[in-house]
Design a protein around this ligand. Structure first.
Ligand code: 9MR
Length: 675
């Protein structure tokens, strides 16, 4: 939380999408889809998300005025690829003159719908303006190519989950070599490497893909040529994260070796994505076979169909898509959904294989309690609000740590109780009376660090600080504050602008511990150390996610979802009505990129529009808080269903000095849990 005065009302800028890498799932060797028990979605995107994948479509800006088109787009897909609008002839028709109107339209539309975006494409011999084709001087062309990549990627930095950095560089036929193009002819085959290196520097959070067609059959010379290039890149450390297999198939569907091809590329250490799927006449079996191949390969992270209705297709004469020209679902649609494990499935899929599937739904509904915990001012603590709670359940009691806010600043309080009905009568222990001391301490996070058998309290002091205690129930047992960092990491200094460095959050997997923090300026940072070194050694601070300032404001929580391979990220945002709410993302790795789960104002994780107040609406803000966990250790594991979230809310009519607002604590309980 931000220690300083805030304005009462703010307008959130358009929600922007973060850098969204495709996810990795562990190998499910069976042909059965990888869907969790009890979770069946009825749309393509929602069902793909159940296994951590996306299901996307190519979008044409010119069709966004068509209600049938946008209706399907918003309902079915959670990723979009601009079909033509990001290509060179659309973005830099004349040298150095960039135009982004149509691409912006698609990206902004996608973000407002909570969809992620694939970038297509930066370097391609086709749809390339003549002024580029005419360049004969290598230095000039290299400069032009690098400038194009950098400018386009910068425009959408942080909002593209994967970029097709180079498209279709290899020749058809039996050569296995790169095709002739101005890039290859003037720069040599090294242009691909150059393009990827430039792209990595431009947007380090985006996955960088090589994209091509006719590389689906493992034995084809073209497939082998691309494979050798990717293998060489990986061996030499040239940045490449994924291979896009366009998958424009004939009526026979994918070649028999398709899954082998996907697996073999994935085994090189890259993700694979099906990037432009369409199949002549759309036979349901052909779609099912394609989708199944992806589901069976852990690193096949998403599928994009190349258009919505047959009439939208570049091959419209072949009716190759999932919706007919009237927007009706075709049999291929049902086959696709069923193969991913969606509701059309006649039978439950086999779930014996190791699953990465998210047991979380893609939208949430909650009931809120009334205000459960209010501040207890005393003679020396003139407290206006109790805020930023952290909670664990241990030895039959809830242990709650929170910020105390007053016009004179912040400190911490501790209370415990056995039942929520007792919460408001619990004794408040002011931690400024302990070794934690007076002065600015706020936004606590508590967990048991099992390797050291110690409780940690992490909080902000201007730095990221912590105290330890062998006994959580003894408020006097906390050690004096120590800092995690010697000073604010450079990357935060460079990006914080007029924001504040707040809301430090530690979570560990079996090897590493990560420290997340926010800057009230649209950035979520992440540092890491090893489990052995913790609490020392936090380094490698990076931007883990970013968005516009109010869309990614502060108060992030990161959790492991019990029984799955999934992590959940919650970040507090400021909505267009000025109220606080939470957005959510998932990832299969703490150091990975985050994919939207319920991340928009229309489909929030928790906001006034998906929270009911049976006991009376006492707040319109759903603000800084924390999940009731399944355990209490450093893995921060939460249950997969029947979620509960302890949060801060306040009288909707209260205003004035931010530090003096009457924050209280309430509890959300999920009401749409399927288990
Ligand atoms: O679908 C795109 C179509 O509208 C364009 O006219 C065409 C121009 O080349 O590009 C189509 O998309 C292509 C994609 O960008 C790259 N892979 C092949 C796709 C189909 O041609």
């Amino acid at each position: 939380m931000n220690p300083l005065k805030r304005l009462g009302r703010r307008r959130a800028s358009v929600l922007a999408l973060l850098a969204l890498g495709a996810l990795v799932t562990p190998g499910a060797a069976t042909a059965a889809p990888d869907a969790p028990d009890g979770v069946r979605a009825s749309t393509l995107g929602a069902q793909a998300a159940q296994s951590g994948r996306y299901f996307g479509t190519a979008v044409a800006a010119g069709r966004l005025g068509d209600g049938t088109y946008t209706g399907i787009l918003g309902r079915e897909f959670n990723s979009v690829t601009p079909e033509n609008e990001m290509k060179w002839d659309a973005t830099e028709r004349s040298r150095g003159q960039f135009t982004f109107g149509a691409a912006d339209q698609i990206v902004n539309g996608a973000t407002s719908r909570g969809q992620r975006v694939r970038g297509h494409t930066l370097v391609w011999h086709s749809q390339l303006p003549d002024w580029v084709k005419g360049i004969r001087d290598a230095n000039t062309l290299r400069g032009v190519m690098n400038n194009h990549i950098t400018t386009v990627m910068n425009r959408y930095k942080g909002r593209i989950h994967s970029w097709d950095v180079v498209n279709e560089a290899f020749a058809d036929g039996g050569s296995g070599q790169m095709r002739g193009s101005v890039f290859r002819d003037v720069l040599g085959t090294g242009f691909v490497e150059q393009a990827f290196r430039t792209a990595r520097a431009a947007d380090p959070a985006a996955k960088l893909c090589y994209n091509d067609y006719n590389i689906e059959n493992w034995n084809d010379a073209k497939t082998q040529g691309v494979y050798r290039m990717v293998r060489d890149f990986k061996a030499r450390g040239v940045p490449i994260d994924c291979v896009g297999l366009q998958s424009h198939f004939g009526a026979g569907g994918p070649p028999g070796s398709f899954q082998t091809t996907l697996s073999n590329f994935a085994a090189l250490g890259v993700d694979v994505q099906i990037t432009e799927l369409d199949i002549a006449q759309a036979p349901p079996n052909a779609y099912a076979n394609t989708v199944r191949s992806c589901m069976n390969v852990a690193r096949c992270t998403g599928i994009t169909v190349w258009g919505i209705r047959d009439s939208d297709s570049w091959r419209s004469g072949e009716n190759p898509l999932l919706f007919d020209r009237n927007g009706n679902k075709k049999p291929a649609y049902q086959a696709t959904l069923t193969t991913m494990g969606g509701t059309a499935a006649a039978q439950r899929p086999d779930t014996r294989s190791a699953r990465s599937a998210a047991a979380l739904p893609s939208s949430f509904r909650w009931n809120s309690s009334g205000s459960l915990i209010s501040p207890k001012p005393d003679a020396t603590h003139r407290i206006a609000g109790i805020k930023d709670p952290s909670v664990v359940y241990h030895n039959g009691k809830y242990h709650v740590f929170a910020s105390t806010a007053s016009s004179s600043g912040y400190n911490l309080v501790y209370l415990n109780f056995s039942d929520w009905s007792q919460a408001n009568s619990a004794t408040h222990h002011y931690l400024d009376r302990t070794a934690i001391g007076t002065g600015y301490r706020a936004a606590p996070q508590v967990f048991y660090y099992a390797p050291q058998r110690l409780w940690y309290l992490v909080y902000q002091t201007g730095n990221a600080s912590y105290s330890t205690n062998p006994d959580i129930s003894n408020p006097n047992g906390w050690s004096a504050p120590r800092n995690f960092y010697s000073s604010m990491p450079d990357i935060i200094k460079q990006n914080i602008g007029n924001g504040f460095w707040v809301d430090m959050w530690v979570i560990c997997d079996s090897a590493n511990c990560y420290l997340f923090s926010s800057d009230d300026n649209g950035h979520l940072y992440r540092s890491q150390t090893t489990v052995g070194q913790f609490p020392n050694g936090f380094t490698n601070t990076v931007i883990a996610a970013q968005d516009s300032k109010y869309a990614m404001f502060e108060a992030s929580n990161v959790y492991k979802v019990q029984g799955s391979n999934q992590y959940l990220l919650l970040v507090e945002a400021i909505a267009s009505d000025g109220r606080r709410y939470f957005r959510s993302w998932t990832s299969n790795s703490l150091a990975g990129s985050w994919s939207p789960l319920a991340a928009s104002e229309g489909n929030p994780f928790a906001k006034s529009n998906n929270v009911a107040f049976p006991a009376g609406t006492w707040t319109r803000d759903i603000s800084h808080g924390e999940m009731i966990r399944a355990g209490n250790d450093q893995t921060l594991t939460i249950p997969a269903c029947k979620l509960q979230y302890l949060y801060q809310g306040k009288d909707p009519n209260a205003g004035g000095d931010y530090n003096s607002l009457p924050w209280r604590l309430g509890l959300l309980t999920q009401t749409n849990s399927t288990c």
